[in-house]
Design a protein around this ligand. Sequence first.
Ligand SMILES: NC(=O)c1ccc[n+]([C@@H]2O[C@H](COP(=O)([O-])OP(=O)(O)OC[C@H]3O[C@@H](n4cnc5c(N)ncnc54)[C@H](OP(=O)(O)O)[C@@H]3O)[C@@H](O)[C@H]2O)c1
Length: 316
Amino acid sequence: MPSFIDFARNQYTHLPIPEPPANIKDATYIVTGANTGLGYECAKHLFHMGAKRIILAVRTPSKGEAALATIRSETGRKDVGEVWELDLTSLDSVEAFAQRVNKLDRLDAIIENAGVVMTKFQLVEGIETSVLVNVVSTMLLAFRVLPKLQESVGRFGIQTHLVIVSSNTSFQDNVKKHLEKLPGDIFDALSVKKSFNPLVQYPITKLLEIYAVHQLASLRPVSDTGVIINAQEHPKREAETSFKLFSPGLKAMARTVRSVKLKSTVPFLLLYPRDVPAWVTNETGKRTQKRVWDDLLKRLESLGHGVDIEALTTES
Ligand SMILES: NC(=O)c1ccc[n+]([C@@H]2O[C@H](COP(=O)([O-])OP(=O)(O)OC[C@H]3O[C@@H](n4cnc5c(N)ncnc54)[C@H](OP(=O)(O)O)[C@@H]3O)[C@@H](O)[C@H]2O)c1
């Protein structure tokens, strides 16, 4: 984890905002959890950049419609944007959503941003809810839409993106130790009420997500597919509730999504330095990564939503 001084210093770094891709006017994007927070800002940014088709994937359509109305009015793009339903607590909902995605003509990127922090233990599909939403459903969606991203590369001569929004809270030593000590199947071990610890459960889900994405990316390298698969490990939002105590200080350092200039009036984005600890990628990390991957595929299979990894990794 970066020190607070590193974190504070980083806020004053001038970051160039990447230029929109040349083909943005023809591009189709999906953002999950787009009705609020980082997902909402991401979707709005795509409107500003001029993307042709932007799909707001939300679990509550009325919230999605409200967000879309606000984005349209703020960006002046009245005819752009769609709301599609996606509930990550239901694997059937993920499958139905993916089927719709696979009917799209073209997909330039999916930003899998939706995620949840659970303070109370709850089982759905036999899995603790945050593990289901942040890992199992998120990865199932990734597996199911990857063929469409690959197809779009070949059909339109573009580079496409599969982005999973993760978190660097997972890079704490206690999170690593907790994960390594879990007995047996990881998804079973994290779904036991008496050992549920809300303080580590969320960062663990984000660490599982990172390992799963790293494994998928290693099996489907961009050099083979033209699809960039990555976990965004350092998003940060000025959150009104969780950061209340530090809020005035954070607001003073925050920047808006679209501006590289520091602003104290509309704070939103805070950025951590980019550092992935060595233990994530060294030999021990690779062993943990394989364990996460095997348990994930086994779980999806046992839930009736198996993934043909061989087909997925040999398709071009
Ligand atoms: N906030 C941070 O500083 C921070 C830091 C590191 C990483 N992240 C990650 O960044 C992402 C977005 O964070 P945020 O702070 O913007 O979160 P947020 O404000 O809590 O928004 C989360 C989004 O996910 C959706 N969601 C939750 N459960 C869902 C489900 N079962 N099915 C479909 N959608 C569901 C929510 O829908 P509803 O509105 O209907 O609940 C909402 O749209 C998350 O993955 C988070 O882990 C955030």
